[in-house]
Design a protein around this ligand. Structure first.
Ligand code: GLC
Length: 580
C-alpha cells in the first residue's frame, strides 16, 4: 500500500462539518469537482534529496529529512518556473469539468507562493522568478468562471519559530504559537483576502495543535474580511464551514453534511519525479462518481513541476474525466448523493429533485434495482438516443419494490454509462435494508443499530469501520427484507488496524432466524475495492446460516472474544451473506 497521511476523520471529529450552514455553500455544493494544486519549493528536489529518493509525499521532504531551515531556504534561489502559464492551468481545469481551484498559498514549509509584504520568504522577494502566480491565477479564474481558493497551512509551519512541528531548528518548549498567528498567519490571510478579489475558500490543514479558541478566531477573521469565503473543516475543532474527510478517503455510505475529499492522481501531492503510480481514468471516474453518490465533493490534485508544468500524465487523465462529464455532467453537478444510504454492487446513484441517475460500473443487458419506492415515469441513457425500457412491481415474497431496466448494447461504451430516470416526485426508498437482486444481503456497520453496554467505546467511523469495539456486550443489528429463503454463506469484511498489516484474531458471530455462524477473524482474503486501495479490507468467511422464510429478519453481529491490548478492538465494515 502506498503511504498516505491517514487522517482518521470521524463524523463529528476534528475536521467535521458544522451544524449551521454557511450561505456561501451554494456554489460549492453545485460544483462537486475541483482542482487542488500543490506547488512550491519542494517541486525542485521532487522527491530526491542529495541523490537519495525520499519516501512519502513530496511536499513533506523538509520534514522527512529534517532539512535545516537555512538549507531548505536556499531552494528559493533556484525557483524559476519560467514555463508557468496561469491560463493553461485554468484551461485544463475547465477541460476537466472542474468548477473550483485551490492552490497552496503557503504549505507546511512556510514558503509563500505569492507576493507577501509581511514575510520576505515568498516567490516574489526570494526567487529569481519575481512574479506572483496567485495574482495571475486569480485573473485567469475570474475570466473562466472558476472559483479560486487558497490552501493555507495555519498550524504546521516548519519555517517560523512559532509554527508547529519543526523541532530540529526550534525547541518545542520555546514555541509561541499565538505570536506566530499574529506575526505571520493573520497578516498573510489578510493579504490573500484583500489582494486577489473574491476568494471562494481558505483550505486550512492539519490542525495538530491548534486550540478551539484559535480555530474560531481564524475562521471569524476570514469571515470578517470576506463574509462569503468558506473555511475548510481542517481549521480544526469542528468549526469550519464544511467538513473535510481524510486524504483519499471514501466514506462507506451517503454522508449527512457537507464534506469534501482531497485526492491524489498518483501517490503524492507535491511533484515527485519518481512517482509514476498514476491511477487509471476508470479508477478516477469511479472515485468521482462514488464520492458524488455519497454527497461528497472531489478535490483532485495536480503537482506541477519546478518549471511550472502540470505533468502530462495528469493532464491527459483530467481531460478524459472532462470528456465523460461533458456527456454525463447532469448526473454530477448540483446533485445530491444516492437516496439509498448504502452502496450498490456494480452501480452508484446520484439524485436531484424528480430524477435519479444510475451510474453503471458494470453494465449488463438487464438491470434490477430493489427498494426504490418512487414511480419511474421515464428512462434514458445520457448521451444516447437508444431506448431504455422499464417496468416496476413488488415481490410477493418479502415485499420488495423492484425496478427492471432493459438496456441497449453498451459493450462499446468507453466509460461508465449513466441511466437517467424521471421520477414522479423525489426519490423515495425503502427505509429497511433490502436483499439485493443477486440474493446478497449486506449488513453495513454504518447502518447498524448499535446496542452498547455501559462504558462501551464502540463507534463507527465515517469510512464505515468500527473502532473502539472491545466489549463483548456490544451488538450491531439490522432489520432486512429477505425475499429468498435458503442457506447463506456469511462473510465478515474486516480491516487491520492502520498501524499493522495482520488481521487480529478476535471471534465474531453473525446470527439470524435462530441460526448463527461464528469463528475467528483469520484466513482472510484481501479485497479489491475502491476503498481498499488505500486502506486494505479483508473478507473472512464464518460459515453458513439458514433463513427458512421470506420476510423481515433481524440480523445481529457480536464479538464473542476480543483480543486484549488492541485499542481499536474489532475493526469491521460489516458482513455480507450470499446464497450458498
Ligand atoms: C495532508 C498533508 C499535506 C497535503 C494534504 C492534502 O494533510 O499534510 O501535505 O497538503 O493532506 O489533503
Amino acid at each position: 500500500m502506498a503511504e498516505f497521511t491517514t487522517w482518521r476523520a470521524r463524523m463529528g471529529g476534528r475536521n467535521a462539518a458544522p451544524v449551521v450552514h454557511h450561505p456561501g455553500l451554494g456554489w460549492w455544493r453545485e460544483a462537486r469537482f475541483g482542482m487542488f494544486i500543490h506547488w512550491g519549493l519542494y517541486a525542485i528536489p521532487a522527491g530526491i534529496w542529495k541523490g537519495e529518493p525520499v519516501d512519502g509525499i513530496g511536499e513533506w521532504i523538509m520534514f522527512r529529512k529534517r532539512i535545516p531551515r537555512a538549507e531548505y531556504e536556499t531552494l528559493a534561489e533556484q525557483f524559476n518556473p519560467v514555463r508557468f502559464d496561469a491560463k493553461a492551468w485554468v484551461d485544463l481545469a475547465v477541460q476537466a469539468g472542474m468548477r473550483y481551484l485551490v492552490i497552496t498559498a503557503k504549505h507546511h514549509d512556510g514558503f509563500a507562493l505569492y507576493r507577501s509584504p509581511c514575510c520576505p520568504y515568498n516567490i516574489v522577494d526570494a526567487t529569481p522568478y519575481g512574479r506572483d502566480p496567485l495574482a495571475e491565477l486569480a485573473d485567469a479564474c475570474r475570466d473562466a468562471g472558476i472559483r479560486l481558493g487558497f490552501y493555507y497551512s495555519q498550524d504546521q509551519d516548519w519555517h517560523d519559530p512559532g509554527g508547529s512541528r519543526n523541532d530540529w531548528d526550534f525547541a518545542p518548549e520555546e514555541k509561541d504559537f499565538a505570536a506566530y498567528l499574529e506575526r505571520k498567519v493573520k497578516p498573510q490571510l489578510r493579504e490573500l483576502l484583500t489582494g486577489y478579489g473574491p476568494v471562494g475558500l481558505i483550505w486550512f490543514d492539519t490542525p495538530y495543535s491548534i486550540s478551539r479558541e484559535h480555530s474560531i478566531e481564524l475562521r471569524d477573521f476570514v469571515h470578517r474580511l470576506q463574509p462569503d469565503c468558506l473555511v475548510s473543516g481542517r481549521i480544526g475543532n469542528d468549526v469550519g464551514d464544511y467538513g473535510s474527510l481524510g486524504d483519499n478517503q471514501i466514506p462507506a455510505g451517503r454522508v449527512q453534511a457537507d464534506y469534501e475529499t482531497p485526492a491524489t492522481l498518483n501517490d503524492t501531492w507535491g511533484f515527485k519525479s519518481n512517482d509514476h503510480h498514476w491511477k487509471s481514468v476508470e479508477n478516477l471516474l469511479l472515485l468521482l462518481i462514488d464520492l458524488a453518490s455519497k454527497g461528497v465533493n472531489y478535490l483532485l490534485n495536480v503537482g506541477p513541476t519546478a518549471e511550472g508544468v502540470i505533468p502530462e500524465p495528469s493532464a491527459e487523465r483530467l481531460r478524459a474525466i472532462g470528456a465523460w462529464l461533458k456527456v454525463n455532467g447532469e448526473a454530477i453537478y448540483g446533485t445530491q448523493g444516492s437516496p439509498f444510504p448504502y452502496e450498490h454492487d456494480g452501480m452508484r446513484m446520484t439524485t436531484r429533485p424528480g430524477h435519479l441517475f444510475l451510474h453503471l460500473l458494470e453494465p449488463e443487458a438487464e438491470l434490477v434495482v430493489h427498494g426504490l419506492r418512487s414511480q419511474v415515469t421515464g428512462a434514458r441513457l445520457l448521451g444516447s438516443a437508444a431506448p431504455v425500457r422499464h417496468t416496476q412491481d413488488r415481490s410477493a415474497a418479502g415485499d420488495v419494490d423492484r425496478l427492471r431496466l432493459e438496456l441497449p448494447d453498451l459493450s462499446d461504451c468507453d466509460h461508465v454509462p449513466v441511466v437517467a430516470l424521471d421520477l414522479a416526485g423525489d426519490a423515495e426508498t425503502d427505509p429497511l435494508t433490502v436483499q439485493q437482486p443477486d440474493g446478497a444481503i449486506h449488513l453495513h456497520a454504518h447502518l447498524a443499530e448499535v446496542d452498547q453496554g455501559p462504558g462501551s467505546t464502540l463507534e463507527v467511523l465515517s469510512n464505515g469501520m468500527t473502532a473502539g469495539w472491545t466489549d463483548t456486550a456490544d451488538e450491531l443489528s439490522w432489520q432486512v427484507k429477505v425475499f429468498a429463503p435458503g442457506s447463506y454463506e456469511v462473510t465478515v469484511i474486516t480491516a487491520p488496524q492502520y498501524e499493522t498489516t495482520e488481521v487480529n484474531e478476535h471471534h465474531l458471530e453473525v446470527a439470524a432466524a435462530g441460526g448463527a455462524a461464528g469463528g475467528p477473524l483469520r484466513a482472510a482474503r484481501e479485497l479489491d475495492t475502491a476503498r481498499s486501495q488505500y486502506f486494505p479490507e479483508y473478507a473472512v468467511t464464518l460459515g453458513r446460516i439458514a433463513v427458512d422464510a421470506p420476510g423481515t429478519h433481524r440480523f445481529t453481529l457480536r464479538a464473542t472474544q476480543v483480543v486484549d491490548g488492541t485499542p481499536d478492538g474489532v475493526t469491521v465494515f460489516g458482513a455480507t451473506l450470499r446464497p450458498a
